[in-house]
Write a protein of this length. Structure first.
Lengths: 250, 250, 250, 250
């Protein structure tokens, strides 16, 4: 196969669509948020992007059918805006691969007339988050006012390590093409899949693109995660309690 | 040398041959199974595939002669079906290399008229296996009925981490070419070379392709492995017994 | 994007400019020194070099605007000499990438008429440095006399592990092109960012290129680092003091 | 620069020259042996091979002059045979790089009329070696008799892990070109630079190519290594002796 192959599944007319990128990353925040949009708005698969930069892997679905690893674009229509949502299970495996893939993703987006993009992701805080602030970064300073109005926080020189992977390059390469791109980063511990952070990011997006979406399924996942956190805390407390007893006995 | 070089050793006429892939992987299940077919049916070497993606290595045979690392295709004729069996000592070293190599393997198979493929492998359970179930995955849902009839089990979304390497891509890239491909994965602990799991996979293949094969040599290897396992268990029990004594003395 | 893309920001006339390379490396000595020149002489950005060999990353500035990772050339004019100063946040990610990038950097330098280059860096000593010796290496033995006169020390076969990265290749590839190149390596512990070592390197450069520069801002950074070192030493002494007490009590 | 660049330093007429490869590897046996030939027979530098697959590095000589990492061919004339000796400080950094580099090395050798090659190296035993056996492997079974007569041992399927790197490919790729290639592997512990193993390999080569060479300088290096080994053994015995005392006291 070629280094990159694109399957054109459908090419619907979209009205001034906005690119929403949600590939795997910190806390799976971007991926959770993007997939939530697909579920809630019944996204239509429009493109599959295969790349030799992805792991050599198939995923087996619930019918036992193997699907070659790829990134997917879905068209999503809401009352507020049309979106082209990019999701997938993998990022590229090399530096150069990230650049090549993101260039391809931006080509696809351009072919649908995209002029504006949001890269969704998480920013790790290293501790459990109580209030889910959404940090922002933009390809062009003009875009900041709208984001600030929607509750996005801009902190000088943060995130400290920059923004890496496809999200970073949607801003970096997108900006070089004249795309109006922003990154919305939900604060998250960085240790766990974080549906609450994904919700915080989506709430900003709702304001920015004037659509409305329900959060029931994300809340269910959040509750599951709370249980996981609860069990981890128990386990952490458990052994030390046991230790105490042992010390007492010994 | 070029990135990939193919030596055409022989080009026999084969009757509707089925590709059988058995490169190294979990428990060496696929490799054991494929090599067993070559031994039992006296396979005829037809192609050698050299690739700069393989390790820079020669293997020294029992005569002291060095052979450059390669993958090999053998033609195998049975009462039930003709097969083109792919074996070798290595997988590719990079993501892109896996895609390039598997594409080449599928090209070779096509040149022999292959329209159907079985990728043989193991699926790790993490514990010693008593009953050797064979899990399946297919490139197309239509292929499932025959496999189920032959005792293959389909479990939704399993294996959880997908199928990686050449086996995965025989399904993924093969499926994209219209090849009818399936993966047969014998359960195996994942810790040891597992001839019993290879036999379980071959028994499924016997049913599917209507041939018969003896298992004496695989049984011999299985017995050798049992001895190895026995010794490991002894060693694991040994020290703790010694520990007990020491504690008793101390 | 292409593997390497060069933005031509400005193309001022420079009088016999000298290339000064200061990319990240041991103790960030080269980077600190090069950036100090840019600050003190108000460098003019002339080229940005983007490369798919760099990490897929944007850095967020103090306004929240994301900038794609790149290397930059600035024109710097002093009383003594004009300079073309190369700085950036990253080196390449692969062997071949280092060669390709450095070749590009040398092409850019040539396009400005550069015939002479200084690669600035640090050489690790493994212990805190009291006197900051500057070690030298040259692409051509003829260049040694001037450097020795300026206080640069030449030690046979040092640094023992050679000079790696872009600095090494400015000498190696530059030398093959007929560029008169030298590496100036300030001794540094190797554990910390070292503004004092950067100053030692710059003082040599002042003598060689007959310019004068102030060091106030580097001194401020040096003082900050002294404080950091002080705190580290306190921490190291702290626990052992506590240990002593515990031993005393125990 | 190009991926590979070859400097033609000299092109002397050689009489049926034999390629001797001695790049870094186990115990530096091959490198020591090849460099010994250069020193004793006053080799003439004929080619330098630069490659972007090598580390991005310059080595600084005893004059402070930096030399870009490369592999070198020297012409060596002896009473018995002319040799083309390949040495250097590095192997390639990737699988594909090993193949590309070795292909280039074989091209250079062919341009000098080489039809026969010896790859020199070490084979690790994991323990200190008393008698330095030299193991062999050949590209063609016909070459075995001469080697056996010269004291080379052939052991079925050894070395177990095959022969990797440039040495392996001189046999593997060389054999595919019709080159008569052999690998001479001196047994060595694998933990230390081993001049004695290098001598054992050279003594075999003397017999095969009917030349004579002195070993004084290798003996000096061997004595230095004996001292190193002695010190290591002392250190190993020291603490355990101390341990015994502590136990006694305690």
């Amino acid at each position: 196969m070629n280094d990159i192959e694109i399957d054109e599944v459908a090419t619907p007319e979209l009205d001034d669509p906005v690119l929403i990128e949600g590939l795997p990353g910190v806390g799976h925040v971007g991926k959770l948020a993007a997939e939530h949009l697909l579920e809630e708005f019944d996204g239509e698969l429009v493109r599959r992007v295969y790349a030799t930069e992805f792991p050599p892997q198939v995923n087996v679905d619930d019918e036992g059918v193997a699907e070659l690893t790829c990134a997917e674009f879905h068209a999503v229509r809401t009352d507020g805006a049309d979106m082209l949502v990019l999701t997938g299970d993998h990022q590229a495996g090399t530096n150069a691969g990230h650049y090549k893939l993101t260039s391809t993703f931006l080509d696809v987006a351009e072919s649908f007339g995209v002029e504006r993009a949001f890269a969704l992701g998480g920013v790790p805080t290293g501790e459990l988050v109580e209030e889910y602030t959404v940090l922002g970064a933009v390809s062009d300073a003009e875009g900041k006012a709208d984001l600030s109005d929607a509750g996005v926080e801009f902190r000088p020189d943060e995130p400290a390590g920059g923004i890496v992977g496809v999200s970073g390059l949607v801003l970096g390469l997108g900006g070089r093409r004249g795309l109006e791109a922003a990154c919305l980063m939900g604060e998250t511990s960085g240790y766990l899949v974080d549906p609450k952070s994904a919700r915080a990011v989506l709430e900003v997006l709702e304001t920015l693109l004037a659509f409305e979406v329900g959060y029931e399924s994300l809340e269910d996942r959040a509750e599951e995660m709370e249980e996981v956190i609860g069990k981890i805390q128990e386990m952490q407390e458990g052994p030390s309690a046991a230790d105490d007893e042992l010390r007492y006995i010994g």
